[in-house]
Write a protein that binds this ligand. Structure first.
Ligand code: G1P
Length: 291
């Protein structure tokens, strides 16, 4: 049965230890790229793909994310009284952006387990998954590229990018048969393989559109790498039951969970802002001259 993709899951239960001390008292998802929290960039990608129901899988101390996607009456009212309607609207627009539905992952048992936590809200529908450490900049949002394939092919699809051999151990890697230069029929997947065990150099940077069968697969998935229930292992079971595709999406991906990736994203997003571009260029020039 063909069905529209209306919901997305964003796992956001992690402790963010890679970014300490910044993440000691605030969720890592609230760290901004320029002035927009990382999680808002991710939600905007889902919304631009036509998705309005966002299922946030959270943990303790993540309330700031829920507040961010709500109205802040006090702030918005006081801005209006000061005739700062533009700023009031900036705040309100985030409140109107999506329906945020949050559910807690009560134990840190892995990404596959986090996705399974969302099963009661997703039900029997296809859905997207977006991981918050991966920022993808593209004209057509990466999730939209995958949703279009899901709806056309009626098959689950993961976004992939080619990585150097020495980086395959950072990702879930797919293997299978190429159907065209960008699309693969996936037959096997390995979570963070050693270069010699990788079935290809196509890595999944955190974008998926899946059929609800993934939930049955995840229920059967045993703890894998790191003793955690891995989404990649659940996808292996899915690939054995249904057609699973991998699509080499158009776009630039930033690993914002890594310090240098985060700085790269910050500079790149700042340079695209007409209000900041020349100021940022000047700062960069000054620092490079100083060396
Ligand atoms: C997770 C997934 C991995 C995926 C990666 C993308 O790993 O387990 O399959 O390729 O995200 O960022 P993590 O980076 O959370 O360890």
């Amino acid at each position: 049965m063909k069905r529209k993709v209306r919901k997305a899951v964003i796992p956001a239960a992690g402790l963010g230890t890679r970014f300490l001390p910044a993440t000691k008292a605030i969720p890592k998802e609230m760290i901004p790229i320029v002035d927009v929290p990382m999680i808002q960039h991710i939600v905007e990608e889902a919304v631009r793909a036509g998705i309005e129901d966002i299922v946030l899988v959270t943990a303790r101390h993540k309330e700031a994310i829920e507040n961010h996607f709500d109205f802040n009456y006090e702030l918005e009212d006081s801005l209006e009284k000061k005739n700062k309607n533009d700023l009031a609207e900036v705040s309100r627009a985030v409140g109107k952006m999506c329906n945020l539905i949050s559910i807690r992952q009560k134990m840190p048992l892995g990404l596959g387990h986090a996705v399974l936590t969302a099963a009661p809200i997703i039900g029997d529908e296809p859905f997207a998954i977006l991981l918050g450490d991966d920022l993808i900049d593209s004209t057509v949002p990466c999730t939209k590229q995958l949703v279009d394939i899901y709806e056309r092919e009626n098959a689950s699809v993961v976004g992939v990018m080619e990585v150097p051999a020495d980086e395959v151990s950072k990702y879930g890697i797919v293997g299978g048969k190429m159907l065209d230069p960008r699309t693969m029929h996936v037959q096997n997947l390995v979570e963070k393989p050693a270069p010699k065990d990788a079935p290809s150099r196509f890595a999944i940077p955190g974008r998926y559109v899946l059929s609800p069968t993934i939930f049955e697969c995840l229920r059967q998935t045993k703890p894998g790498k790191g003793g955690e229930i891995q989404l990649t292992d659940g996808l292996q079971l899915l690939a054995e039951r249904e057609r699973l595709l991998a699509y080499q999406f158009d776009g630039t991906r930033y690993d914002t969970g890594d310090r240098l990736g985060f700085i790269d994203a910050t500079i790149s997003f700042a340079l695209r802002r007409p209000d900041l571009k020349s100021g940022v260029q000047e700062i960069l020039r000054k620092h490079l001259e100083r060396k």
